[in-house]
Design a protein around this ligand. Sequence first.
Ligand SMILES: [Cu+2]
Length: 279
Amino acid sequence: MIGSNAATLSTLLLSALLFAPGCGGSGEGSTSAAKPAEKAEAGGAEAEAVEAVAAAGSRDEITVNPATAATIKGTVKFSGTPPKSRPIDFGADPVCKGLHTERVFEEKVVVNPNDTLRYAFVRVTKGLPSGKFTPPTAPAVIDQKGCMYTPHVFGMMTGQTLIIRNSDNTNHNIHGYPKKNEGFNFGQTTAGMEEKRVFKYAETIPVKCDRHGWMEGFIHVMTHPYFSTSDESGAFEIKNLPPGSYTIEAWHESLGTKTSEVTVGPSETKTLEFTFAAK
Ligand SMILES: [Cu+2]
């Protein structure tokens, strides 16, 4: 296998780090053992990632040397005939209807003009050093704006603050469907309202609005910062990776998952392509 020498070397280096004083202890292991890996399509990978961290038993904070950090970027493509885009009927709420002068389409499968796929969530599922990644101090934000969730799909970290905002002058009721984290289900009646949440466990949390049946979004809670959502041109980019061999997974809410293996050396940038076929 290409890159096995590099992989072995990084394993050795890693071992050296792991067996430094201060390691050991159950830490997240007890949590993970009590919460077996989800087999559901939308939760398995994060659960594995959590278990990988737990298995090593290390809670040491991981720092990445910027001088040798690597990048994995690429494109999520779509092949076949895109499903017919259906415009959303905002008629159930006159406020929502009044917020749109142009048609807005459902976001279940968003195929870009260049035959790529938007809202695929691309993430590292295997290969990261064991230990703890520090969550960003800046919060993640999900906004109820124009009676849609913005962003529709995004990633954030365990321990990071999520701001749940209403930018519309109508009552939204955000209802999260986590399996491991504490559930949430509350209304925000007017524009400018904000609530905060912090999630303890990695998983994919679907969110829906109990008042507006078309509103749906997905929050990917991760134990590490190595993720990216494909954009209007199908592009994704994962930066600041330690050199190593990784499994990269692309997740899509209705088209499933695809995985790819990649090895990046010091300061290297590798390009990946995922293709989802029409169902
Ligand atoms: Cu709503």
